[in-house]
Design a protein. Structure first.
Length: 428
């Protein structure tokens, strides 16, 4: 009989408990699929007495996750604590120093410290697996590292935070504003302890940084992402975009260009009929484009005990089968330092303005856009409200610099009320 693969699990929240449940429920199936038993020998968490809905009495307990990582009867350290540094990082480094493989769901840690951790792992001949760190149950890491290994990846984009997608789609479905839906998401338990990780785009940005490294052979560079959350998206924008045939999504896009690596996580408009436009609720979707395969779309649950634990088990099974490989798809020492693109690719933009009821107001707006080099594709003007008229404009492809120049110039026209809104329209 093959030797069992002995696991030490640090972190017994919803995901950790989900992993324990799968290992207990599917023990025979997992052994049949991997050729060896998968057994938990020890666990660690903040509280030993908390009821987690699963029996832990047969496992050794360690209060200190570093002690768990160092145990002689642990072959694979499964890190499910979270946090970009602190105990999670310290325990991971302790496991790697002893030549132990690591499975983690910790996107923040990898986004901030992925390069040194990868170098430490590969120097010891061990692996870090992290399918659960990006898009929950969607196997996008495996798709990039294995299924699309023969492709030059040209673009990665997607909706990578289910909470933001839930808020945005519910705004349109219910007619409620951002604040009301934020409170509802909080009551449903969709928000992180620090809500800005979700609505500020940080959580999704961590995932995009990891996918960029895998896709383009660069060192993880979270600092190079242009980051904007959904806090400024209004119900008016949601409604107006729908009227023009678009949906608003918190969209992550990464693409290698002649100007460098472009990484953006920001609210964008996508065609309502596109796969991304039709994505509802808390679901995630990743779109991958390769030179040989073309475009493929991966859709599924981006969080939750079952989907995320499923991804963790995928990595554990790979290790049990002996599947190895560089952490980010190629040796860590060969990964290039990413040069952030100083400017975005040209794109069409959605503009929403509130024009004062003055003669020639629309002509002044058109003149400002023309002077900035921005060409109008189509425009709609709605009825007056409080002596102002909402105007929607979709531009032809232009640069963000030209859009910003026009937005600044609008302030000198005396016909624009309030702050104009400008959102990029992404081709899908």
């Amino acid at each position: 009989m093959s030797q069992p693969l002995r696991l030490g699990i640090a972190g017994l929240g919803t995901v950790g408990a989900g992993v324990v449940q799968i290992l207990r429920k599917q023990a025979a199936l997992l052994e049949a699929r991997t050729g060896r038993p998968l057994v938990i020998t020890a666990v660690s968490a903040r509280s030993r007495d908390k009821d987690r809905g699963v029996n832990l009495s047969s496992y050794a307990w360690e209060d200190d996750p570093i002690a768990l990582a160092k145990r002689d009867d642990v072959d694979v350290f499964v890190e499910l604590m979270g946090g970009e540094d602190g105990p999670a990082k310290d325990a991971t480094e302790a496991a790697l120093a002893l030549g132990k493989d690591v499975v983690t769901a910790n996107k923040a840690m990898l986004a901030m410290y992925g390069q040194p951790l990868a170098e430490a792992a590969e120097a010891k001949g061990c692996v870090i697996k992290y399918e659960a760190a990006v898009a929950g149950g969607i196997p996008v890491v495996k798709a990039l590292g294995e299924g699309l290994a023969g492709n030059e990846i040209t673009r990665v984009m997607g909706v990578m935070n289910g909470t933001c997608n839930y808020i945005l789609t519910q705004m349109e479905a219910t007619g409620q504003g951002y604040n009301a839906l934020f409170d509802e998401a909080d009551k449903l338990g969709y928000l992180e302890a620090d809500p800005n990780l979700d609505v500020g785009g940080i959580d999704a940005g961590h995932k995009l940084a990891i996918l960029s490294s895998l896709s383009f052979g660069t060192q993880v560079n979270f600092a190079g992402i242009e980051l904007e959350g959904i806090q400024r998206v209004t119900l008016d924008d949601i409604t107006a975009a729908a009227d023009m045939g678009y949906k608003i999504k918190l969209l992550g896009v990464a693409q290698m260009t002649g100007r460098g690596l472009e990484q953006r996580m920001q609210p964008c408009l996508v065609p309502a009929t596109s796969p991304l436009g039709q994505l509802e609720g808390g679901t995630n979707m990743i779109v991958l484009e390769g030179d040989a395969v073309g475009q493929i779309v991966l859709r599924g649950a981006g969080a939750g005990a079952g989907p995320t634990a499923s991804a963790v088990m995928s990595d554990i099974c790979d290790i049990a089968r002996g599947y190895r490989g560089p952490v980010f798809g190629q040796p860590a020492t060969s990964l290039k330092a990413a040069t952030p693109a100083l400017s975005q690719r040209p794109a069409a933009y959605y503009l929403r303005l509130s024009l004062k009821d003055k003669p020639g107001a629309l002509a002044k707006v058109a003149a400002v856009l023309g002077e900035a080099g921005v060409s109008i594709d189509r425009m709609r003007q709605y009825g007056h409200k409080d002596d102002c008229a909402p105007v929607l404009i979709v531009t032809h492809k232009t640069t963000r610099a030209d859009i910003d120049h026009a937005l600044e110039a609008f302030t000198t026209t005396s016909v624009v009320a309030g702050d104009p809104v400008a959102l990029r329209i992404e081709e899908v």
